[in-house]
Design a protein. Structure first.
Length: 209
DNA sequence: GATTTCAGGCCCGTTACCTCA
DNA sequence: ACTGAGGTAACGGGCCTGAAA
C-alpha cells in the first residue's frame, strides 16, 4: 500500500486479499467503494462487507424531511476499515497531510477520516478503562479475601491469648507480631503465616522487639 | 512583552442509523 | 413482522493551543 512515496505513514504495506491498489490509487478501489441509492436496502453479506451509502454526508433532501435531521449513515467497507485500523496502529493521530492522503486513498472526506480516528480513540480509551475496571475488581476481590484471612488470624491470636488487638504490634525490624504484655515484657506470637501474605502493621504504634 | 481574537484540532457526550438475534 | 440491544458514523459544544493583530 504505497500511497505516497513522500509519506512515511503511507509507506505502510498491507497485504489484503482482493485489495491491490495500483500506483494510481483511486480507480483501483472501485470494487470496494460504491455509491448506492440511499433508498435501496443495503445488502449485507455474511462476511459483513460494508457498503458506502454516501461518501459525502448531507441532509436528506428527497424524502420530505429536509427540515428535520436525517443522517445518511456511511458504512465502511472491510478494506476501508482495515486500512484505517492499520493506520491507527501506526499512529493514533494524523497529521494534516496523512489525513489528506488517507482520505484521498479511501475515497472519503477528510472529515470522515478525522471522525473515524476520533471515534477509534474513544473506543480505545473505553476498552482500556474497561480493562482497568476489571483489574481493579479482581484486586478488590483479592484484597477482600486477604482481609478476611487477616481477620481470621486475628481471631485465632485472640483466642490463643485473650488480649486486646490494640496491644498487638509489629516489629519493623524482624516483622514479627508482638503482644505488649501487661508486665512490660513482649511476648512474640506466631504471625509468620500472616506476614507472608501481607506486610500489614496491625498496630500503628510499631515497636522494636 | 502582555492581551485579545480567531481558527483549527481534539475530546466528550449524544444522536441517529443499521444489523442481528 | 416486530423489537430491543449493540455497534458505530456523525454531530454539536466546550476546551486548548498557537498564530496574528
Amino acid at each position: 500500500m504505497a500511497v505516497s512515496p513522500n509519506s512515511s505513514f503511507l509507506e505502510l504495506t498491507i497485504a489484503i486479499p482482493s485489495f491491490s491498489p495500483s500506483p494510481s490509487l483511486p480507480s483501483s478501489s472501485d470494487h470496494m467503494v460504491r455509491d448506492l441509492d440511499i433508498n435501496q436496502t443495503p445488502k449485507m453479506g455474511k462476511d459483513r462487507e460494508w457498503i458506502m451509502i454516501s461518501a459525502t454526508p448531507h441532509v436528506n433532501d428527497d424524502d420530505g424531511n429536509s427540515g428535520g435531521r436525517r443522517r445518511k449513515k456511511l458504512r465502511l467497507t472491510k478494506d476501508q476499515s482495515h486500512i484505517l485500523e492499520e493506520s491507527f496502529i501506526q499512529n493514533h493521530t494524523l497529521t494534516h497531510k496523512q489525513k489528506q492522503e488517507l482520505a484521498t486513498f479511501l475515497k472519503l472526506s477528510q472529515r470522515q477520516v478525522e471522525v473515524w480516528f476520533q471515534n477509534r480513540r474513544a473506543r480505545s480509551k473505553l476498552k482500556h478503562t474497561e480493562m482497568e475496571c476489571e483489574y481493579l475488581k479482581r484486586l478488590f476481590g483479592s484484597l477482600k479475601e486477604q482481609n478476611r484471612q487477616l481477620q481470621k488470624e486475628v481471631e485465632e491470636l485472640r483466642a490463643l491469648k485473650p488480649v486486646s488487638a490494640s496491644v498487638l504490634t509489629m516489629c519493623p525490624r524482624c516483622e514479627r507480631v508482638t503482644v505488649a504484655a501487661d508486665n512490660g515484657s513482649n511476648a512474640v506470637e506466631e504471625g509468620t503465616a500472616l506476614r507472608s501474605q501481607s506486610r500489614m502493621t496491625i498496630s500503628s504504634s510499631s515497636t522494636l522487639c
